[in-house]
Design a protein around this ligand. Structure first.
Ligand SMILES: [Zn+2]
Length: 61
């Protein structure tokens, strides 16, 4: 499972999302940035920033 925490991008934000692929994480995160942080224009480097902060979540069995 892939995990993205918004706090890695926007200090203080505790929103996070999980999905099984990065494309879905990016889609949800862009939506969150628009709604919660007023980012009306999502630039290409923002997408890169999101992707570089997605982590593989390892869960204990
Ligand atoms: Zn956020």
């Amino acid at each position: 499972m892939r995990l993205f925490e918004c706090g890695a991008l926007v200090p203080g934000c505790d929103w996070h999302t999980r999905a099984d692929n990065d494309a879905e994480i990016v889609r949800r995160t862009v939506e969150h940035l628009r709604q919660a942080h007023g980012e009306s224009v999502i630039r290409e480097n923002m997408i890169d920033n999101i992707k570089s902060r997605i982590v593989e979540e390892t869960k204990a069995a």
